[in-house]
Design a protein around this ligand. Structure first.
Ligand code: HEM
Length: 472
């Protein structure tokens, strides 16, 4: 109920839905965008109180992510993620608390700080060289590559080398195969619409068996992580000189302050999150970027010409080249605008708070619809068109300061992996387009249908045929 003059379009009366029941079809980002447009931002009322609100404009996103960030920085936790106490130990799901601050401190200081990323750039370059080599072999044979699978494996390896100094996506390793299988299963279960989320009385029954399967998959990953940590501890005792001393695991196991602050269980849960939150989001964004370029060959050509001009005779792109690749950066931003990997930012009101002149009651669910905001005609000209040029000479970026583009969220809970994700994405995309020309496997346009999970991926994995690039 508005308590002051609202700047929102009047629209018909808000939809009074029962309790926490929301219209979650299989594409919630789209159905919530439509509902917010037709019924205003309030989508659920109980006894006249707002219990769920969808934010689909940049002005209201600013109110959530900046003005009222301190009251809206915790999240609603999907029931599936209560397995293995992940709701109490998992980085994205725990409330702002000393444990959450420790997780963020570890990530900011030891994983994503510019200096740290500069020192392990060689690891990422090596993995991208391997990616290029795999694609080159397919190019010579004229075979299609599954870009989704390749992007996922490369991203997982980029992350696992930074964290553990090992390849976790090595197809010849049993450990790697299992790891990938379990992480994919977790992401899939977490994304399934779960009746227990809409009818809390059903929680105990777990009618779809989602929680039970989540217990198994998460348990498997935690067991693998536990064995990797134990292996490292034994190696450290037996032969300290043979142990990598610049990865995250080394820091977690040897830094006294950290040892006093987080236990082994929390350490495993932190690693589980880094792998799952980092691999899916980055690889699906890469896939969307390639798909958009394949459907717009003239833009692909433009990006290739820029790569050629900037790299000159140099063979492989380096992260230091990114600032000079304005068009490549614009392609990445435009991909984020049209296909944010996490389309709904999930928040919860810790206290009664006002958004857009409405009083939102304590514990209400707040969804920031990054997908709808990226396509809002009030903010973007030709919002449905892929036009990287709109970002050339524009100050708008994805770091949570421009609320019309929030693929990494904003405020206290902004994605901590942003600096690494941006480096990995530009490096992988730049390398794939500078070495190769691409065409769609069946000769037609790429099918851009999406599939909603905890992240939004392509419904039909992208397959494309590479050929060696001869751009002049
Ligand atoms: C294209 C790549 C990525 C995208 C689009 C993305 C997007 C997001 C978004 C939207 C959030 C929620 C922010 C909010 O609620 O305001 C988030 C949180 C998070 N992301 Fe990412 N992310 C990406 C890559 C990564 C990487 C590479 C890592 C780590 C290796 C990572 C780790 C996390 C973690 C731990 C959180 C939870 C932070 C918290 O709750 O305090 N992400 N990410």
């Amino acid at each position: 109920k508005p308590t002051s003059t609202s700047n929102l379009p009047p629209g018909p009366k808000p939809l009074p839905l029962i309790g926490n029941l929301l219209d979650f079809g299989d594409k919630p980002h789209k159905s919530l965008a439509t509902m917010a447009k037709v019924h205003g931002p309030i989508i659920s009322l109980k006894l006249g109180r707002v219990t769920a609100v969808v934010v689909s404009s940049s002005a209201m996103a600013k109110e959530v992510l900046q003005t009222n960030d301190q009251f809206l920085c915790n999240r609603v936790v999907p029931e599936a993620l209560t397995a293995h106490s992940h709701d109490q130990l998992g980085f994205p799901w725990i409330p702002v608390s000393p444990l959450w601050r420790n997780y963020r401190k570890i990530c900011n200081n030891k994983l994503f700080a510019g200096k740290i990323l500069d020192t392990n750039e060689n690891l990422r370059r090596k993995k991208v060289e391997e990616l290029v080599e795999i694609v080159r072999k397919s190019a010579l044979k004229g075979e299609a590559v599954n870009l989704g699978r390749l992007a996922f494996a490369t991203t997982l390896n980029l992350l696992s080398n930074t964290i553990f100094s090992v390849d976790l996506a090595d197809p010849n390793s049993e450990l790697a195969r299992d790891f990938k299988k379990y992480v994919s299963a977790i992401m899939e279960e977490a994304g399934k619409p779960n009746l227990s989320d809409y009818f809390p009385v059903l929680k105990k029954l777990d009618v779809q068996g989602i929680r039970k399967r989540m217990e198994i998959h998460m348990g498997n990953v935690l067991k693998l992580l536990d064995s990797m940590i134990k292996q490292r501890i034994i190696q450290q005792e037996l032969n300290p000189d043979s142990v990598p001393n610049n990865d995250l695991l080394h820091y977690l196991l040897t830094n006294e302050e950290i040892q006093a602050e987080i236990d082994q269980n929390q350490m495993q849960q932190l690693l589980l999150v880094l792998f799952s939150a980092g691999s899916d989001t980055t690889s699906s964004t890469l896939q969307w970027a390639m798909a958009l370029l394949l459907n717009n060959p003239e833009k692909l050509k433009k990006a290739q010409v820029e790569m050629k001009q900037v790299l000159g005779k140099k063979k492989l792109m380096e992260e230091a080249d990114i600032p000079r690749l304005a068009y490549l950066q614009a392609v990445v931003k435009e991909t984020f605008r049209l296909h944010p990997a996490a389309p709904l930012l999930l928040r919860k009101a810790q206290e009664e708070v006002k958004i857009g002149g409405f009083t939102i009651c304590k514990d209400a669910r707040v969804f920031v619809n990054a997908w709808a905001i990226g396509r809002d005609p009030m903010s973007w000209e030709n919002p449905e068109c892929f036009e990287p040029e709109r970002f050339l000479g524009s100050e708008i970026d994805v770091r949570g300061r421009n609320f019309e583009l929030v693929p990494f969220g904003g405020g206290r809970r902004i994605c901590p992996g942003l600096p690494l994700a941006m480096r990995m994405l530009h490096l992988m995309l730049g390398s794939l387009i500078s070495f190769f020309n691409w065409k769609v496997e069946d000769g037609f346009k790429v099918n851009m249908e999406d599939k909603f999970g905890i992240t939004v991926d392509m419904a039909h994995p992208l397959r494309a045929i590479p050929s060696l690039n001869d751009v002049e």
